[in-house]
Design a protein around this ligand. Sequence first.
Ligand code: NDP
Length: 300
Amino acid sequence: MGKAQIIDGKALAAEVLGKVARATAELKQGHRLTPGLAVILVGDDPASQVYVRSKGRRTREAGMESFEYRMPEQTSEEALLEQIAALNADPKVHGILVQLPLPAQIDAAKVINAIDPDKDVDGFHVINAGRLMTGQKALVPCTPRGCVLLARQARAQMSGLEAVIIGRSNIVGKPLGQLLLNENCTVTIAHSRTRDLPGVTRRADILVAAVGRPQMVKGDWIKPGATVIDVGINRIPAEEEGKTRLVGDVDFDAAVHVAGAITPVPGGVGPMTIAMLLRNTIEAACLQTGAPLPAVLEGI
Ligand code: NDP
C-alpha cells in the first residue's frame, strides 16, 4: 500500500502568518490602523498559560498589538464581565478572546455573549454562530476555519464530496459542518450515539476527527484515498518511562497507509488555529473601522 500525502500544518500556518503580517503592515501604512488583540486568562491552568503566551508572542510577531489580562482563579463573573465591557469600549482593541475553560463559578456562555460580536475573534458568540448558520458575514471559529484550509491542500475541489465529522461541539464539529456544507460537501456529523461509526466514517471522502480520544479512528475505518483531518490533541504515556507524547484521535501509523492525505499531530490542525485567530483579528479590525480587508488575505 502507498503512503498518504502528509498535510503540513506548520508550513501552511507559517504561510498564513506571513500573509497576516503583510496585511497588518498594509493596514498600518494605508489606514493608520494597528489591529489589537486582547486575551483574558482567568486562573492558572498550565495548558491555558502556554496557549495565552504563544498567542501573545505570535500577535506581536505579526506586527499587531497584544493586550494580556491575567485574572485570579477566584475572579467573580461580575468582575470578568466588567473587564469585557471595558475592552468592548476600547477602540485600540479589535479582538477579544477569553481563554477557556473558565472556573466553575463563571458561566462561560454568558461571558462569551457579553463580547461585542464584531470583536468576537473566536467566533463563539451566539450572533456569529447564527450568522454562520444563515449564510451571513460572520467571524468564524478558528479551528474549523483551519481545518477547511488544510483539507483544501489535498482537495482543491470539495463540491459533492462526502464529509464526515466525528464530534458535535460548538467550537469544532458544528461550525465545521456548516463550513463544509458551504463548500458543497454532503455532511454527516457523528457523535457518541452514532450507530456503526466505522461504517459511517468509511463513506467519507473527507474525514475529520474532533473527539478527544487517543487513536480512536483505526485504519480500516478510513476509505482508501480519503483526506483525513485530525483535530484531537491527546497526551498519552510515551515508550520511555515517565515521559508523555501527543497523539491525535486517528491511529496515524495505520491511517497513513490507507488515506490519500492526512494531517499529523502535532504539526497539523494545532498551528493553524492560532494563524486563523490572527487572521480573524484583522477581519475584526476592518469590520470595526471600515477599512477594506487586505487582498493578501483572500481565500484564507
Ligand atoms: P468536546 O469534548 O466538546 O466534544 C467531543 C465530541 O466527541 C462530542 O460531540 C462527543 O459526542 C464526541 N464523542 C466522544 N466520544 C465519542 C465516541 N466514542 N464516538 C464518537 N463520538 C464521540 O471536544 P472538542 O470539540 O472541544 O475537542 C475535540 C478534540 O479536539 C479534543 O481532543 C481537543 O483537545 C481538540 N481540539 C484541538 C484544537 C486545535 O487547535 N487543534 C482546538 C479545539 C479542540 P457527544 O456530543 O455525543 O458527547
